[in-house]
Design a protein. Structure first.
Lengths: 102, 180
């Protein structure tokens, strides 16, 4: 295999996942939180494909495609909720949405 | 020579990937964040190609960089410019400290585990044939070994589509009630 070893992909994926997690924890706009979740899912995808290459089997790529489908569904539902919030003229701020808090 | 070229491509793609991920997290305007995420997805597709996942790279560009991001941009454009309402976390500073600590813990954990435990194991990838990761191979696996995953995925997408329609219809009803 040309180029970097698998461990470089693992480290890159860890840094990407951390960036996404920090975005989810630090930002308050639900749109940016959804985008950060996409980064986390993509870091997981990178790891799945790297290990699929390491073991020489395509099952990891199948898993990555399924993750893509789940991510698309998550975006549809999340954006639906955000549009519903926007139509009710609720502030787009996750700290102010306390109605569901127990 | 080929090794050097692949390293160069990898470094450029990895740098673009990290820089655009940081940009997604740090831009104030969600529109710019979504544009940066498109760059992130494209550079990840390059990395997928280096790992000989051709079909996944194509799917990444078409489905993610195309369809999903267009949906994102439409919603952001529909909601309009609300940058003033969605600043950085204004919560207590222990939230920021806790978030950075948690993020650093994940990072350190993964890197230590990779360095200590799996370093040698990870450096010997199996030899693969030319058809590895091609649409034909992926399609064959999807319709033989992973048929259940394929069918469940279609149900998940159907449920998500129904959920999107229900959320949209509900919001429209509310809007109609508000207008006399």
């Amino acid at each position: 295999m040309h180029g970097p070893e698998i461990q470089w992909y693992v480290i890159l994926s860890a840094i990407l996942f951390t960036t996404g997690a920090l975005g989810v924890m630090l930002r308050r706009s639900p749109l940016i939180i959804l985008l950060s979740v996409e980064i986390m899912l993509n870091a997981a995808n990178l790891l799945l494909i790297a290990f699929s290459r390491l073991h020489g089997r395509e099952d990891g790529q199948i898993f990555a495609i399924s993750v893509m489908a789940v991510a698309a569904s998550e975006v549809v539902v999340g954006l639906g909720l955000i549009v519903a919030m926007g139509r009710r003229h609720v502030d787009l701020d996750v700290d102010k949405l306390r109605t569901l808090r127990g | 020579m080929a090794n050097f070229l692949v390293w160069c491509v990898w470094l450029v793609a990895a740098f673009a990937c990290l820089a655009s991920a940081l940009a997604v997290v740090s831009f104030r305007n969600p529109f710019y964040s979504a544009l940066a995420l498109i760059g992130n997805l494209a550079s990840l597709a390059v990395l997928f190609l280096l790992l000989s996942g051709e079909f996944v790279a194509a799917g990444q560009v078409l489905v993610y960089g195309g369809a999903v991001m267009v949906m994102f941009l439409f919603v952001i454009a529909y909601l309009g410019d609300r940058t003033e309402e969605s600043p950085w976390s204004g919560g207590p500073s222990w939230q920021i400290v806790g978030a950075v600590l948690a993020g650093g813990a994940i990072l350190a954990e993964v890197i230590v585990v990779v360095g200590l435990e799996a370093g040698n194991f990870l450096s010997q990838p199996k030899h693969i044939g030319r058809s590895f990761g091609s649409p034909e191979a992926i399609g064959r696996l999807f319709l033989t070994d992973h048929l259940l995953a394929f069918e469940v995925t279609s149900i998940v997408l159907l449920v998500a589509a129904v959920g999107g329609v229900v959320l949209g219809a509900h919001a429209r009803q509310l809007e109609g009630d508000a207008r006399p």
